[in-house]
Ligand binder design. Structure first.
Ligand SMILES: *Cc1c(COP(=O)(O)O)cnc(C)c1O
Length: 344
């Protein structure tokens, strides 16, 4: 499929091969310069560290057109930094952060025809990832690594993005205390596949994980951070825990709440109790793909918590937060802190 054949307004969230990917190899203790490639398949040894011991991490961000025709992406320096942290935790050699952002620019420019038109709701999803490449059988980190960036055009993550979802409390845990929950490791997703399929089989959209030690505190869903609104829209509350992945969307929304909307932001432990006692009026899931998707209801083994905002639409405060962030992204609202990164 070519870009000119795509119906941008009805694009789904599936992989589509584009023209170029970026690839760089780490060998003999250093990264090479990297290059664009048209080869979208990878050949490696059957005993590659990533295949045996899952030594891999990734990032996700998006490029899109602004109203005035520029191609931009959102806070790529924050993704570069986060991938650096992921690499260190997995004993992988970080790709230098400035080169990381340059590589993103390069691969987006090379695939400019695949950047969806302004206003279509679609974006060019950018997926940087790194993995242990050479054969390893005794358990140890690889010596050689591949860093790649693939790009693929996607529509909104949730069809009808603003429709509230229903989440459930799974009987499974996401990330152990002092484990890998705070980094973007592929292994965090491998373990979430069974719980999410179970949730779907029971009719729920997402799992909201609790802290494994006490199972009383809210952590996050499989792929999105959680925010709550209370005090008639005056306060935003977001859970604090080392095993929550530091979402760039969530951090941006907290900044907007505090510095642009005059709200109070509380980053603290949030107990499931508080939520089930209806302390909060609105709940949202945040991540790059959906920005915010509203939660209308929690079903904890039959114990139902309904949010004031209900199952029909997003509540007023999340709506304001979301439109401010998307307004900054599209260039319609002044950028508070060099978040929008011009590529072309
Ligand atoms: C990627 C991710 C998020 C969202 O992070 P963003 O930077 O906002 O896209 C949230 N939770 C988990 C577990 C993730 O992997």
């Amino acid at each position: 499929m070519r870009p000119e054949d795509i119906d941008w307004g009805n694009l789904d969230f599936n992989y589509r091969q584009t023209d170029y990917s970026f690839v760089s190899m780490y060998r003999d203790g250093k990264w090479d310069d990297g290059e664009l490639t048209k080869d979208h398949n990878i050949t490696m040894n059957e005993c590659a560290c990533v295949l045996q011991y899952s030594q891999s991490c990734f990032e996700g961000l998006k490029a899109y057109h602004t109203k005035d025709g520029k191609v931009v992406c959102f806070r790529p320096d924050a993704n570069a930094k986060r991938m650096h942290d992921s690499c260190e935790r997995l004993e992988m050699p970080p790709f230098p952060e400035d080169k990381w952002v340059e590589a993103v620019e390069k691969v987006v420019k090379a695939n400019e025809a695949w950047v969806p038109p302004f206003g279509s709701g679609a974006t060019l999803y950018i997926r940087p990832y790194m993995f242990g490449y050479n054969p390893v059988i005794g358990v140890k980190p690889a010596d050689e690594y591949m860093f790649r960036i693939l790009v693929t055009p996607v529509g909104p993550y949730f069809k009808g993005a603003l429709k509230p979802v229903e989440v459930t409390i799974p009987d499974f845990d996401r990330a152990a205390p002092h484990g890998t929950g705070g980094i973007k490791a592929g292994l965090n997703y491998a373990m979430s596949l069974h719980p999410i399929m179970e949730a779907h089989r029971h009719g729920f959209n997402e799992n909201m994980y609790l802290d494994p030690a006490t199972r009383t505190k809210i952590e996050e869903t499989g792929g999105a951070n959680v925010i709550f609104i209370k005090d008639n829209g005056k306060t935003l509350v977001t859970p604090l825990s080392d095993s929550i992945l530091p979402s760039i969307t969530r951090r941006s929304l907290c900044y907007i709440a505090e510095n642009m909307l005059g709200m109070k932001v509380e980053h603290r432990v949030v107990y499931l109790n508080e939520v089930e006692d209806n302390e909060f009026d609105e709940m949202g899931l945040c991540g790059t793909a959906a920005v915010i998707s509203p939660v209308g209801r929690i079903n904890n083994h039959g114990k139902i918590t309904n949010f004031k905002s209900g199952m029909d639409e997003m509540g007023p405060t999340l709506t304001k937060l979301r439109s401010t962030l998307t307004g900054i992204q599209s260039g319609e609202i002044a950028d508070p802190d060099n978040w929008v990164h011009e590529i072309k």
